[in-house]
Design a protein. Structure first.
Length: 378
């Protein structure tokens, strides 16, 4: 017998509309007005992002002359707009609407909670520690193989934002227990909001755009310590890390087709670039699982360590790196990232548009249902 969540998920899926979810001009105008009503200052970085998207949505690509270096504010605005390159007006409009919507909902969810603004977040399923110049973000849901829940996506974003600003020099993502991460928690698909599947897909799209965007824009060296098997989004994101160390027990599996889904985490761009199109296709289209050594041979993994000495060797290495001059490391990271930052954001948008279609498909519905009703494991 199917669980209640699975049945309700199925019913919603059968009734959902096939209309595309592009933001209309009216949605855009509403978002522009909503921005004026925000009570909390979203911060300079966010304001620049919104400015750039607004200009791109209303005027198209930046073709203004670059302001002089002494005109700091105009230059920051110009840089932000110019970084969007040839992003289509329609995509910029949609990104703007989604960004404002996420700001409004985080503002309303913090209302009425005394001290919500000043409180350091206590993460339920992450352990964040800072020591020896290294901030470690550890996924901490070992009994569920560190599958990422909706709350965890949000917490990882918060933890990365904090790590980007703290005084550590390197940030490390790792997993607790025998898995690094089993990817998206498939129960995320059963938590259907009042607006049905359409609203769910829209919320997931906002969540994912923001989540992947954070990895694209992370300002410091970012290291993955892959302590065990990795699945789905935890694999695709590796293409956005600066270094990937893996235990020889780790495997790398992206079974998107089996799940009726399509790649995310910018992997449709980073994987062919890293390993060549033929190897990338075998992983992303056919779901071939790689061993740690294969992933290393294909350039996705920097170095593989025996599982028995993984922790000791990785942390000794990272502690030595963390003593290098931090500003030089940041500058090098930024130079490398700036070459393709715009391309990565555009890829993120494209992948999410495709996924929204996939999430509404029968192929995806059946795959999720088979997992939740314990019929299929990867
Ligand atoms: C909103 C943004 C969306 C972004 C999209 C991302 C795409 C992806 O990430 S696709 C990848 C999704 N992941 C999977 O499909 C993995 C599903 N899990 C499995 O196939 C297996 O659990 C496993 C191969 C990872 C491990 O098998 P094993 O036999 O060793 O352990 P289990 O008994 O199956 O697992 C223990 C426990 O953990 C639960 N669990 C594991 N992975 C997930 C998951 N991804 N979602 C939800 N729950 C998961 C599993 O159900 C077990 O729970 P119970 O002990 O309560 O039965």
């Amino acid at each position: 017998m199917l669980s209640r969540e699975v049945s309700s998920f199925l019913v919603q899926q059968m009734h959902m509309s096939q209309t595309a979810m592009r933001a209309s001009h009216k949605d855009f105008e509403t978002a522009v007005n909503q921005m004026k009503l925000l009570k909390k200052d979203p911060g300079n970085e966010m304001k620049l992002k919104l400015y750039a998207l607004y200009k791109q949505a209303t005027e198209g690509p930046c073709n203004m002359p670059k302001p002089g270096v002494l005109d700091l504010i105009s230059k920051a605005k110009w840089d932000s707009w110019n970084a969007l390159g040839s992003l289509p007006k329609e995509t910029a409009r949609q990104n703007y609407v989604e960004l404002v919507s996420s700001l409004s909902s985080s503002e309303s969810s913090s209302q009425g909670k005394p001290g919500a603004d000043s409180k350091q977040p206590g993460y339920e399923t992450l352990v964040v520690t800072s020591e020896d110049g290294i901030t470690k973000i550890m996924l901490n849901r070992p009994t569920k193989k560190n599958a990422i829940t909706t709350q965890m996506y949000q917490d990882i974003v918060l933890a990365l934002e904090a790590a980007g600003k703290d005084d550590s020099t390197i940030t490390v993502l790792t997993g607790n227990g025998d898995y690094y991460c089993s990817g998206n928690d498939l129960n995320n698909f059963t938590d259907i909001p009042p607006g049905g599947i359409e609203e769910q897909a829209k919320n997931n799209a906002i969540l994912l755009r923001n989540f992947v965007g954070c990895f694209i824009d992370f300002p410091k060296p970012l290291v993955a310590a892959v302590n065990g098997p990795a699945v789905g989004i935890s694999v695709t994101l590796l293409g956005l890390f600066d270094i990937v160390y893996a235990s020889d027990r780790a495997t790398f599996h992206t079974p998107f087709t089996h799940l009726g889904q399509s790649p995310e985490g910018c992997s449709s761009y980073t994987f062919p670039k890293i390993m060549g199109p033929a190897k990338a296709a075998e992983m992303l289209i056919f779901g071939k699982k790689l061993t740690a050594r294969e992933a290393c041979a294909q350039g996705l993994v920097t170095e593989v360590f025996p599982d028995s000495t993984f922790q000791k060797e990785v942390w000794t290495r990272l502690k030595a790196y963390s003593k290098l001059p931090p500003n030089a490391m940041r500058t090098s990271k930024q130079l490398i990232r700036n070459v393709e930052r715009e391309k990565l954001h555009a890829t993120n948008s494209e992948e999410i548009s495709a996924l929204q279609g996939r999430w509404r498909s029968e192929e995806c519905t059946n795959a999720v249902m088979n997992f939740l009703s314990r019929k299929v494991k990867l």
